[in-house]
Ligand binder design. Sequence first.
Ligand code: ADP
Length: 201
Amino acid sequence: MPARPQVLRVTMGDRVLVILGPGDITREQTDVIVNAANSSLLGGGGVDGAIHRAGGPVILEACRQIVERIGRLPAGQAVATPAGRLPARYVIHTVGPFWSGGRQSEAETLASCHRESIRIADELQLTSIAFPAISTGAYRYPVDQASQVAITSAAEALEKAAHVRQVRFVLFDSETFTQYANAARALAASSSLKVDSNHDT
Ligand code: ADP
């Protein structure tokens, strides 16, 4: 039987950062879910494959049109498409950095993925966005380091957003949840923010 999801909430004034896992991002009912895509935007394994399978061909067709217009999507950038059959309204596709030891600006690129995704959601006047653990699968970014970069950059972008009020991290396995929850607790402690755990999702 799958483990019961755990939830951690960090309250930032009228905004909230939610860390949840184990969970499947394709079932999220946020306005937008983020895909850890590759530069071709033509689908792949991991969360990318799961999103295309669950959302159907509308997403791939929209990705093809984007590639025709702008070419391959560089790491750290993001684009939005419709979400097809998914409960979310949009998918934002972003390309994480491939981990090459940490000296190829991986942290800055990963931070940019989160900033750009939240900026695009804000431009679309959306209020909620869900992220997977970008780059921590096939792209091999160590989860303890990725979690700190992801949480810090997402919280900064959330503070600045005009419309986005909720950022959720939906982590596929318990170990990844633990790392992202630790990073969120550390952020809350350093900024005197309120943390609650095991709320309903
Ligand atoms: P990347 O190529 O950016 O590393 P991956 O898809 O290989 O992307 O992995 C990123 C993370 O997404 C991993 O933690 C993986 O376990 C997770 N993942 C895979 N499927 C799902 C899903 N359906 N929902 C949420 N996370 C998922």
